[in-house]
Design a protein around this ligand. Structure first.
Ligand SMILES: Nc1ncnc2c1ncn2[C@@H]1O[C@H](COP(=O)(O)OP(=O)(O)OP(=O)(O)O)[C@@H](O)[C@H]1O
Ligand SMILES: [Mg+2]
Length: 161
């Protein structure tokens, strides 16, 4: 993942983006991080999640929904590209690209509409986008690595949430 650091003396002039990492010891802890992101989210935010099957991406999205004040239960959009949730501070668009492989599949599925959302977009298997050469201007990335039954290493763009 890319790491950008602000230049000395320009701290206020440019958006600082640093990576952060921590070990989550439970689904609830992963959800809490999502909740923090949800509370801090602003319209247009696109969150790209990566990590293996069962890593905890959907668990994180549950937290984002909670942080946005969305009461509905979050499920992975298995048979559709996107699940959309209202009722919170901002709309939440939850995408899962697991089954999409080519750029053509992503474009014809309508992916681009959700890359500049009127609300917040969270994308599981976001690495598929870069693999296909599509770019997202304002993407915050979060990667989950399985290191034990309950332990997950979470590496993310620290944008001050
Ligand atoms: N520290 C942890 N953080 C998140 N999930 C955890 C943790 N420890 C155990 N789990 C379990 O791991 C599973 C994560 O499932 P989840 O559906 O969130 O994964 P996913 O990354 O979305 O997988 P998929 O790629 O299949 O969509 C859940 O059963 C959850 O209870
Ligand atoms: Mg999932």
């Amino acid at each position: 993942m890319e790491q950008r650091r602000h230049q000395p003396g320009r701290r206020d002039a440019c958006a600082t983006l640093l990576m952060a990492a921590f070990i989550s010891h439970s689904p609830a802890e992963t959800e809490s991080l999502g909740e923090r992101w949800g509370r801090a989210a602003q319209t247009g935010l696109v969150i790209g999640l990566s990590g293996d099957l069962g890593a905890g991406k959907t668990q994180f999205v549950k937290g984002v929904a909670r942080g946005l004040g969305i009461a509905a239960r979050v499920h992975s959009p298995t048979f559709t590209l996107v699940n959309e949730y209202g009722g919170g501070r901002l709309r939440l668009f939850h995408l899962d690209l697991y089954r999409l492989e080519t750029r053509g599949q992503m474009v014809s599925a309508g992916l681009e509409e959700f890359l500049q959302p009127n609300g917040v977009t969270v994308i599981e298997w976001a690495e598929r986008i870069a693999d296909c050469g599509l770019r997202i201007a304002d993407l915050k990335s979060l990667k989950i690595e399985i290191i034990g039954e309950m332990e997950r290493k979470i590496i993310y763009d620290d944008f001050g949430a």
